[in-house]
Design a protein around this ligand. Structure first.
Ligand SMILES: Cc1cc2nc3c(=O)[nH]c(=O)nc-3n(C[C@H](O)[C@H](O)[C@H](O)COP(=O)(O)OP(=O)(O)OC[C@H]3O[C@@H](n4cnc5c(N)ncnc54)[C@H](O)[C@@H]3O)c2cc1C
Length: 433
């Protein structure tokens, strides 16, 4: 069913309607004209995290009459974005937790359920509760899933938390660090390949070390990195040396995956690397290698680990009327981040609205910025703007913090980071305050 058109909203009005949220969040969305879709087209969104929630919020602004349903098993979302600040004691878990009240108040239906299978031919989604729902347009934003490591299953992750998904895992890791005696080693395994938030493991090391410096100064974070180089490397290395000289030990692979964890033993809190080295910690946190959320893979939307998309619309290359965004999408050179998911979500909302009312399509604009807190009031950042050329996402410009910067610049970055998070959550979950 396609939506019938009965009324129009021109480009200027639409941009104005969206302006408040976009401007507050520091990135714009509206540059396409929209007509108001009056028929009850059905848009189903799998995943109510940053990507899925933003699509719902922006699609509602664009097409008030479209029926929007989010399928999400969690009643409240605790974001991974900001979770390192929680580790460092800069933010509480409540600061990072958001519900769907504001989206519901805008007539968006949120089903507390899990999508089990997508039938792209019949355009239906089967839910864990047994219900099957139909869609005209489907949005898939299920985040990431983990690739397997010998000995590391769900039970083992309770002993050796990855804390790479929000909520319970974050609390587990923080509690283990708090319970650890001074002098203990915290082993932190970092994968190679694409994973969510490339600089986050190193920010996490800084934030754990910030905590240790104050309360357990004889302890140490041991980073085992499967990569040979990493995001903001020079800036992080400078921070490790300046702020945490005896608190962070960085072990980098000479060859990719030398230090990848291939085996874990939860009982003894021991891990073995591909190169055959063994590390034991008082606390062990393993960030496993990653792939697209399971529902995207089992529904045949992935090609290898991630889901290919049309760069202009984020429509899945493997299925019509299905849009994939956020961490599950193959969107190189964009990194997998909340900022990127939020930016892509606006393009998806726009693509769907334009499709439903057959309006003109405009070239996409996408953005990302990643801030990393190194120590109190010292934040570095890097970011880029993206467009599409010859069917591929391309970087148009970029920026990055430099090694030698005034203290005030880093302090300003810190307040920018905290403000951005608050604004992005309003922008994604539709909150007005
Ligand atoms: C430690 C850490 C720090 C980070 N810091 C930052 C940062 O500072 N800035 C930043 O921009 N990004 C940051 N990120 C990255 C950011 O959290 C992710 O990139 C972002 O959440 C991706 O959004 P998403 O919508 O793709 O996935 P998510 O936000 O994970 O949402 C996916 C949702 O889908 C749901 N779901 C999964 N499967 C199903 C199913 N079958 N049916 C229904 N629902 C399903 C899940 O429950 C989840 O709520 C960080 C990540 C980590 C791990």
């Amino acid at each position: 069913m396609e939506a019938a058109v009965a009324g129009t909203l021109d480009r200027r009005s639409f941009t104005k309607a969206l302006g408040a949220a976009g401007a507050v969040a520091g990135f714009g969305f509206g540059h396409a004209p929209f007509a108001l879709a009056q028929a009850r087209a059905k848009v189903v969104i799998i995943g109510g995290g940053i990507g899925g929630a933003t699509v719902a919020n922006y699609l509602r602004k664009a097409t008030p009459k479209v029926e929007i349903t989010i399928i999400e098993p969690l009643a409240r979302i605790t974001t991974c974005a900001g979770s390192n600040l929680f580790m460092g004691g800069v933010r509480t878990i409540e600061d990072l937790t958001h519900d769907f009240t504001a989206l519901r108040n805008r007539g968006i239906q949120v089903l507390r359920d899990t999508a089990q299978a997508i039938d792209t031919a019949k355009k239906t989604v089967k839910l864990e509760s047994g219900v099957s729902i139909s869609y005209d347009k489907l949005v898939v934003s299920p985040g990431i899933d983990f690739k397997s490591i010998e000995g590391y299953d769900d039970a083992a992750s309770e002993q050796m938390p990855h804390a790479w998904r929000g909520g319970k895992q974050m609390l587990l890791l923080k509690r283990q660090i708090e319970d650890m005696e001074d002098g203990g080693a915290i082993v932190l395994g970092v994968p190679s390949g694409h994973y969510r938030c490339p600089p986050a493991p190193y920010e996490r090391a800084c934030m754990i070390a910030l905590h240790l410096k104050r309360l357990k100064p004889k302890s140490k974070v041991i980073l085992l990195d499967a990569k040979t180089q990493f995001a903001k490397e020079a800036l992080f290395k400078q921070a490790f040396a300046t702020y945490y000289p005896n608190l962070i030990e960085l072990n980098q692979s000479a060859k990719t995956d030398d230090l990848a964890i291939v085996r874990a033993d939860a009982k003894s809190r021991t891990v073995t690397t591909k190169s055959g080295q063994t590390f034991k910690g008082a606390v062990v946190s393993i960030i496993p290698p990653q792939k697209a959320g399971a529902i995207a893979v089992t529904s045949g939307l992935a090609d290898g680990d991630w889901c290919p998309v049309d760069a202009n619309t984020f429509e899945a290359k493997k299925a019509k009327d299905v849009f994939i965004l956020g961490d599950s999408a193959m969107a190189d050179p964009m990194p997998k981040s909340g900022f990127a998911a939020n930016s892509q979500a606006k393009l998806v909302a726009e693509s769907i609205a334009v499709d439903l009312v057959k309006a003109t399509r405009y070239p996409p604009r996408l953005r990302n910025t990643c801030w990393s807190l190194l120590a109190r009031a010292d934040t570095v950042k890097m970011g880029a703007a993206y467009g599409v050329k010859d069917g591929k996402i391309v970087q148009i410009n970029s920026f990055a913090s430099e090694a030698k910067e005034p203290v005030m610049t880093r302090a300003k970055n810190t307040s920018e980071y905290l403000t951005w998070y608050a604004n992005m959550m309003r922008d994604s979950f539709g909150k007005t305050a």
